[in-house]
Ligand binder design. Structure first.
Ligand SMILES: Cc1ncc(COP(=O)(O)O)c(C=O)c1O
Length: 334
């Protein structure tokens, strides 16, 4: 998923003269952005330095090495907060030692929205132009994929002549994430790589979301296993969570179209998820508990009408958004 985003972001940096060929691009990643950035660096002749989460696996490590990217990986940890804190601290350390490096700031810099315009156009071309509602469902990590697709779909569908119906945006979160206020609920199982955060991200456009689902690891596992069993789609845990939420939403909007984002493949989850398929609950037996405030959140699955509310206080990104150099990190993507 992130290849489109990283390619367009690096292209934009080159076109606007912010970086030149041969420069080093640096960022932190849970996995798929690292690969996407390494591919973009490969295409444009840049050096790539990645601070990888504990969730970066052997396959990705090997791919990055052959692509010529430099990976520094955090030690094993089941704690999303600790893993992320360590990565941010390390990024700052590297920037102090190498001020000429360009920090991509995938979590804060909205140049990561740009690449999704072409995907929004493909979605628009594929859905009925009869005014019926379109529901877009996706995991929220940096917020770029869901935020950008909703923004471009809404812009492109503005005006009755387009035939486009309303676009509803549904975000998917793990428990234990500050982004939509679930940090007080711990999930004892492993991290769902790529979604949720322990720190505020400027690329999350909170007011764009109509509803939010929070899913436990077990619920996401049931989604991933069902997606392979029923539809023969082998995808990762955030996709399993998105698919479970999308099925639930789709059943409630008669005549509508539901699109969900599948960010990665299932390969890195073979042992932790797919080998446990006999433990998977039947998705038809699961349903989210409706809550009216994040204070009511509880495992294993909850849903709230977000109704375009702004960020919870703890998820509000400061203007310099962890940049450490006093630059405004938000390019006005609201
Ligand atoms: C596996 C996976 N799913 C979902 C996401 C969320 O995407 P976004 O950062 O666009 O919100 C990510 C982002 O890293 C991811 O790696």
């Amino acid at each position: 998923m992130k290849v489109v985003s990283a390619l367009a972001a690096v292209r934009h940096l080159l076109d606007t003269g912010k970086v030149r060929r041969g420069d080093t691009l640096l960022d932190s990643s849970s996995g798929i952005y690292a690969y996407a950035l390494a591919l973009a660096c490969h295409r444009y002749g840049m050096r790539c330095h990645i601070i990888g989460s504990t969730t970066v696996d052997h396959t990705l490590r090997t791919q990055l090495a052959v692509l010529g990217a430099h990976l520094e990986q955090m030690p094993p940890s089941a704690d999303l907060k600790l893993d992320q804190k360590r990565r941010v601290a390390r990024v700052h350390e590297i920037l102090r030692a190498n001020p000429e490096y360009h920090w991509m700031r995938q979590y804060h810099d909205d140049i990561h929205y740009l690449g999704y315009r072409a995907i929004a156009e493909r979605v628009r071309a594929a859905v009925p132009a009869d005014g019926s509602p379109l529901t877009l469902v996706g995991g929220v990590g940096s917020g770029a994929s869901t935020g950008a697709l909703a923004r471009y779909l809404r812009e492109d569908g503005a005006g009755p002549a387009s035939g486009a119906g309303p676009v509803r945006l549904v975000g998917v979160q793990p428990f234990g994430s500050v982004t939509f206020g679930s940090e007080h609920v711990a999930d004892p199982e492993i991290i769902i790589a790529g979604i949720g955060s322990s720190i505020p991200f400027a690329n999350v456009a909170h007011t764009a979301y109509d509803a939010v689902h929070w899913l436990s690891f077990d619920t996401a596992l049931a989604g991933s296993v069902d997606l392979l069993r029923r539809h023969a789609v082998f995808a990762g845990l955030s996709t399993g969570a998105g698919y479970a939420a999308a099925r639930w939403e789709h059943a409630r909007v008669p005549g509508g179209t539901t699109v969900f984002i599948a960010a990665d493949t299932g390969h890195r989850y073979v042992d932790t998820v797919f080998a446990r398929h006999t433990e998977a609950a039947d998705l038809d037996d699961l349903t989210p508990r409706t809550v009216s405030s994040p204070a009511e959140l509880a495992l294993p699955w909850a849903r709230m009408e977000w109704n375009g509310a702004k960020a919870p206080a703890q998820a509000e990104a400061p203007l310099e958004a962890a940049d450490g150099r006093g630059r405004a990190a938000v390019g006005g993507h609201a």
